[in-house]
Design a protein around this ligand. Sequence first.
Ligand SMILES: [Zn+2]
Ligand SMILES: [Zn+2]
Length: 361
Amino acid sequence: MRAAVLEAFGAPMPVRELALREPAEHEVLVRTVAAPFCSTDWLGWRAMRGKTPPVVLGHTALGVVERRDGGARGYGVGDLVVVAGTPQCDECFYCGIGRPDQCALLFESPEPVLATDDAGRPVRAAGGVGAYAELIVADRNQVWPLDSSLPATHLSLLGCGITTGHGAIVNVAEVRPGASVAVVGLGHLGQWCVQAARVAGAGRIIGVDLLAGRRTTAAALGATDVVDPTEHDPVEQVRSLTGGRGADVVVEAAGPEQAVQQAVAMSRRAGTVVLTGVQWAQGRVSLPQNAIAIHGRRILSCQNGQSVMSRDLARCVALMESGEYAAGPIVTAVYALDQINEALFASGEFRDLSGVITAFR
Ligand SMILES: [Zn+2]
Ligand SMILES: [Zn+2]
């Protein structure tokens, strides 16, 4: 099968023929239909996320089940499925406490070997997916059936950006009607947070981003106000839009340390701050002690929006079907697998919100 392989950090990824390994009984063979190029993969390509080459990037996809041997999970050969970046094994400690975002399959096992290359080297699959490839061998615990006739490019965003943005607002921040919500960073994740905040009934939705085009998209998707941080101190701008207090909820969806610091400073006392952004795997953030220890803020982590895919996937699909969640403005380009490096640079240079790979042969 053909796959784009990260062979050396920072170098263009060649498309290679790989010898795919046989799926085990607990795994499913999926033919990739659409795979979004995620900004996380740009970081992985730059050696910021602890990947080990050779590796096939791409941690989520839409596909069709090609083969499966193991027990039931509600889908069979020929069915349309989402291969999600985060598994839900329903057996580990974390799944048992209702927190599959921390599933042991994701955090306590090494990235599996997917295939071997021409030189006989083992090639790993990022996040147990390796979506920039014709075929995916995924654990059955990260494969979910889908019943929707929406465009494949739109549905392909369900296993990462949509469920994470929806979950950040609904599951983690628990945004209430009328709340003020600021979103720092209007990349693909921030745009889903804006939409989810609108659907949750937020009163004021403030989008913060350096790029004018991204602010315009956010305004079209539900932001009531947009803030250009180069114009004037963004913390003061958000405070002045929220009665001088700061926002009830701030979602940080950018990554740099300064964005995290600003997100905390933009929240009101006893407000909620949701941290979704990452950059370096070993990155550190320093925060003012009074703001986090004395002023009553809830500072919350947000892996995969604390989604429970067995519950949240259908909700997100329904919101897409009804038009409440719009993927059209977020899918800014489509690519063939052979154009993987174009997708890579368009993501890294902030030209795409989500580019989607749709042709694999
Ligand atoms: Zn992603
Ligand atoms: Zn689990």
